[in-house]
Design a protein around this ligand. Structure first.
Ligand code: 8Y7
Length: 282
């Protein structure tokens, strides 16, 4: 098998997306459903980041707004207060790509000034000012697909065809980016597991994720501890590791280049086993 490098520049660091990269989740929202907000203080955040880096994460995703189904909106000032001091503290101490999970243009601007390497927007730059804000930078951007809005998205999601509808959405967002001067090469695409999708739609998406390769951009997948694991297995959030690892393997086999997870150490181990096998074909 040939191995073609695909180096992407994330602010001052580059990563080779020919190798699957692990993005560790640092959630600083008080109502975050799986970490209970216990890492909201800077010291705890830094300890968590240190351990995720030691375990093999190359990207740390930081978000100050909870997007779990039904979560409340967070004000601009609260979001800035939650994420910017932590970004600055991480930046001072660690050599890691910082991904900023936000949909607010002002938070994006402040994060870029503080040195983040990736903008991760679950609303795919559809909020006011986001396209313009990012046209003025050259950072990579992860555009995620979501049907509806977090408060109501799980009510009754409907697709003609889950994959072709998502591809159509991405074509529109890529074109909106290109119109303001954001080059296609800066974009990473994420089908948004759990965001306005039924259990069956999520698993069909996972099965057919490879079809997204027609868009010619790297794919990011986030399935860790989500309801598509919990509802299938009837497991509480704290008991979803085995299911999450299985899903991470499948997403990687089906083309994902960045895997967004809570359990970095276990995911990195599982990916090593997968990669040692994939070297010989599958
Ligand atoms: C995703 C995400 C969340 C995801 C990307 C959770 C912020 C919900 N999920 N960002 N964010 N992809 N790109 O369960 O799947 O972690 S929040």
């Amino acid at each position: 098998m040939t191995h073609t490098s695909n180096f992407i520049q994330f602010a001052d660091k580059q990563l080779d997306l020919a190798d699957v990269q692990v993005m560790g989740i640092l959630n600083v929202t008080p109502d975050s459903f799986s970490d209970g907000g216990k890492f909201s203080q800077i010291d705890n955040a830094l300890a968590q980041v240190a351990s995720m880096i030691k375990d093999g994460a190359t990207i740390i995703d930081i978000g100050g707004e909870s997007t779990r189904p039904g979560a409340k909106d967070v004000s601009l000032n609260d979001e800035l207060d939650r994420v910017i001091p932590i970004i600055e503290a991480i930046k001072q101490r660690f050599d890691v790509v910082i991904s900023l999970d936000t949909s607010k243009s002002e938070v994006m601007g402040a994060g870029i000034a503080a040195g983040v390497g990736l903008i991760n927007d679950v609303r795919a730059l559809q909020n006011d000012g986001c396209l313009a804000e990012l046209a003025n930078s050259n950072l990579p951007i992860c555009l995620m697909h979501m049907q509806g809005m977090p408060r109501t998205m799980q009510a009754n999601p409907q697709y003609k065809d889950v994959i072709t509808d998502i591809i159509e959405f991405f074509e529109q967002r890529i074109s909106a980016c290109e119109q303001v001067g954001i080059a296609k090469e800066r974009l990473i695409l994420d089908p948004g597991y759990g965001f306005g999708k039924t259990l069956e739609q999520n698993y069909e998406l996972l099965a057919r994720q490879k079809e997204l390769s027609v868009l010619g951009l790297p794919i990011l997948a986030g399935i860790s501890r989500k309801s598509m694991i919990g509802n299938l297995l009837q497991r509480d959030v704290s008991e979803r590791l085995a299911g999450s690892l299985s899903a991470a393997m499948l997403a990687t086999i089906n083309g994902a280049k960045i895997i967004r997870v809570h359990d970095v150490k276990e995911t990195v181990d599982a990916l090593k086993v997968l990669n040692a096998t994939l070297k010989h074909g599958l």
